[in-house]
Design a protein around this ligand. Structure first.
Ligand SMILES: N[C@@H](CCC(=O)N[C@@H](CS)C(=O)NCC(=O)O)C(=O)O
Length: 211
């Protein structure tokens, strides 16, 4: 399998964790999201993912999957061990609620292209853009802090899709110096996950394209 990734991409980070948890070997194809105005816009990559975003996962048969949550659920459905979602429907819904609060509500507001639009088109200064970033992470984390269950992981004793989404979002929050002291449960779940090799190996600084 080939993962189109970028070391700082939190959506690609999610898929890296899932691939590691499932113990899948994969090759990394780095798509630099900043250089040359963003190499995700190059025609060669657009042919791979019309959305011009990472991650994309090329399967051995040649199919390409996009959207981190769709990719992760595909991996989980085709290789169920270890499961990334609980078996019980109510517990699954709770895990998905946290995953989607991050992937659908927090992350899109802080993604490269909206931030670039704020800067280049709407002419906002960098401190305003950083404040925007921190604001939406903080609002999102306030809700997630209240949703976290007794640990050590986000939804209990098993690692789930909620952790796979949480850890990359926390890494991004830290990179942009977002204060996390109001979120002890988030910080504890993140620390518990990062003790696991699958999470540690997926960290941005451990990627072949890390700068
Ligand atoms: N919802 C998508 C988000 C993918 C996404 O937006 N990835 C970012 C990096 S984290 C990206 O490629 N951004 C490039 C851009 O915005 O131009 C997913 O979960 O895969």
């Amino acid at each position: 399998m080939k993962l189109y990734s970028y070391f700082r991409s939190s959506a690609a980070y999610r898929v890296r964790i899932a691939l590691n948890l499932k113990d899948f070997p994969y090759e990394t194809a780095s798509i630099h999201l900043i250089k040359d105005g963003g190499r995700q816009h190059a025609p060669e990559f657009r042919a791979i993912n019309p959305q011009m975003r990472v991650p994309a996962l090329a399967l051995p048969g040649g199919e390409v999957l996009t959207q981190s949550l769709a990719i992760i659920e595909y991996l989980d459905e085709t290789h169920p061990k270890p499961p990334l979602l609980p078996a019980e429907p109510l517990a699954r819904a709770k895990v998905r609620a946290i995953a989607q609060a991050i992937a659908c509500d927090i992350h899109p507001l802080n993604n490269t292209s909206p931030l670039r639009y704020l800067k280049r088109d709407l002419k906002h200064e960098q401190p305003e853009i950083d404040a925007w970033y921190r604001h939406w992470v903080t609002v999102g984390f306030e809700a997630i802090e209240a949703m976290i269950e007794p640990g050590p992981y986000t939804c209990g004793a098993q690692v789930t899709l909620a952790d796979i989404c949480l850890v990359p979002q926390v890494a991004n929050a830290r990179r942009l110096q977002t204060p996390l002291d109001r979120f002890p449960k988030i910080v504890a779940a993140d620390a518990a996950c990062l003790k696991l090799a699958a999470f540690d190996k997926a960290r941005p600084e451990n990627q072949p394209d890390a700068e």
